[in-house]
Write a protein that binds this ligand. Structure first.
Ligand SMILES: Cc1cc2nc3c(=O)[nH]c(=O)nc-3n(C[C@H](O)[C@H](O)[C@H](O)COP(=O)(O)OP(=O)(O)OC[C@H]3O[C@@H](n4cnc5c(N)ncnc54)[C@H](O)[C@@H]3O)c2cc1C
Length: 423
């Protein structure tokens, strides 16, 4: 790389402008760090939504972002799981109600592209935060700073790079952090649906042999009062077949799969098809780098954990960097970043392994496995304390919650945002 002065000189470079990168960039900026967030903002609808649980809502509320998101989100008050495997020992249906753990809702469901669009608008208007819709081509991890070069020729210097550039993260690779990836024989079909009956803020998950088929409530629109999103895991060949179906025929197959519980259905936008995979990284941090979001972990969308986990990464990173700054430590040093790795490792491996086991237990057609899954669900349906513990773990994980996710009023006040140093 050349020695010319950088176009932007900031505290933190966030690589990637997906939901994880934009959320982290805003949170770091609100904590008083100067930030450059680099990445293409993908505003295209693809039928994908994210269910954000209580810890994530607290994060957005603490940052003052929730008022800009809530009118596009639908509350999730109840989750029902139905065994649709046709196994000889079918598990009973289990319902989880948020009021059982003292919440009015587990969280809220929002279209992913709407969330990204709103976050990008907030980032663009934040002082001390540069949102640049470019691509990082190269990055060097020097002793005192990182230097990134973009496809448009611009250069960025920063004390720390946050890799939020997705599963094939260039920044992670350039830092020499290894990743182990695997695939599942599944593709997720996503689409928004309009239907005849009200969802009553209930998400319903049908566990099929190919994976879950889940309906998640969506916000009503004036012309479509009853809407839900669909995440349906299936084999690659079934995904190819359904990709070729006319919209009415596909809506008919969805209706049948979900037992007509929401009445007649029609597609309300384009479909998305996402091959399923998993990934785990050798380390969550290194010299002048911290990994968050899908650059740090990947698993299938069972139990809606991916972005919720990513927002916990962001909240923990903010806390780590605030603490380093208070101690006068270099925020890019491995010593400063070590608490971030320690705070996140357990939560990430619990979700990655738990979801892997749950997903594989559906795919394996083997009676003892069916029995174990059935016994587990039976226990959750019958034993209140166990069910409540699982619900709490899903929406507000045990252990230390970062300050930004502690109950309102318990987090430390966030400093005003600083101004970026343009070079
Ligand atoms: C079907 C489906 C349903 C899901 N449902 C839920 C749910 O209900 N709840 C939940 O919590 N999670 C859910 N998830 C997971 C959630 O969608 C993801 O965790 C989240 O959107 C990923 O965000 P990300 O920003 O880490 O990655 P990405 O969205 O992949 O963003 C990475 C960004 O980095 C950019 N980038 C890549 N390379 C570069 C480069 N060299 N320079 C600059 N930028 C670069 C890309 O363009 C991209 O914009 C779901 C996932 C799927 C597939």
């Amino acid at each position: 790389m050349t020695k010319n002065p950088a176009d932007f000189d900031v505290d933190v470079l966030v690589a990637g402008a997906g939901a994880a990168g934009l959320s982290a960039a805003i949170a770091l900026n609100r904590a008083g760090f100067t930030v450059a967030c680099i990445g293409h903002v993908d505003r295209r609808a693809n039928g994908r939504t994210v269910a954000l649980f209580e810890s994530s809502l607290r994060f957005y509320k603490a940052l003052g972002l929730w008022p800009r998101l809530r009118d596009d989100a639908a509350a999730l008050e109840k989750i029902t799981m139905i065994d649709a495997t046709n196994a000889r020992f079918r598990a009973p249906s289990v319902s989880f109600a948020a009021r059982e753990i003292g919440l009015s809702a587990f969280g809220a469901n929002i279209e992913t592209n709407v969330l990204v669009d709103r976050l990008a608008a907030i980032a663009a208007e934040s002082s001390g935060l540069i949102l640049h819709e470019g691509l990082i081509e190269d990055i060097a991890f020097n002793p005192d700073a990182i230097e990134a070069s973009l496809a448009d020729g611009r250069r960025i210097a920063a004390r720390l790079a946050v890799a939020a550039d997705g599963r094939n993260s260039l920044v992670r690779t350039k830092a020499g952090i290894g990743a182990r990836s695997w695939t599942y024989p599944q593709v997720a079909l996503t689409v928004l649906l309009a239907h005849a009956r009200a969802h009553r803020n209930i998400s319903t998950e049908f566990h099929t042999r190919a994976g879950p088929c889940t309906l998640v409530p969506l916000r009503a629109r004036a012309d479509k009062p009853h809407r839900s999103s669909l995440v349906w895991l299936m084999s690659a060949s079934e995904a190819d077949r359904r990709r070729a179906l006319a919209p009415d025929a596909l809506a008919g197959e969805v209706e049948e799969q979900v037992g007509h519980i929401l009445g007649a259905m029609e597609l309300d936008g384009p479909c998305g098809f996402f091959p399923m995979g998993g990934m785990s990284v050798a380390s969550l941090y290194g010299h002048r780098i911290a990994l968050i979001g899908e650059a740090a972990h990947l698993f299938p969308p069972l139990a809606a954990q991916g972005l919720n986990l990513s927002l916990r990464d962001s909240a923990a990173l903010v806390e780590t960097l605030e603490d380093a700054r208070a101690l006068g430590t270099d925020i890019g040093s491995t010593a400063a970043l070590k608490p971030y790795g320690a705070a996140r490792r357990g939560d990430i491996s619990l979700r990655t392994n738990g979801i892997d086991i749950l997903n594989r237990s559906l795919l394996i057609e083997f009676m003892p496995v069916d029995l174990m899954r059935g016994a587990g669900l039976f226990a959750f349906s019958m034993i209140g304390p166990l069910r409540r513990a699982l619900m709490r773990e899903g929406v507000l994980p045990h252990g230390h919650l970062p300050r930004l996710m502690q109950a309102q009023g318990r987090h430390a006040p966030i400093a005003a945002s600083g101004a970026a140093r343009a070079g």
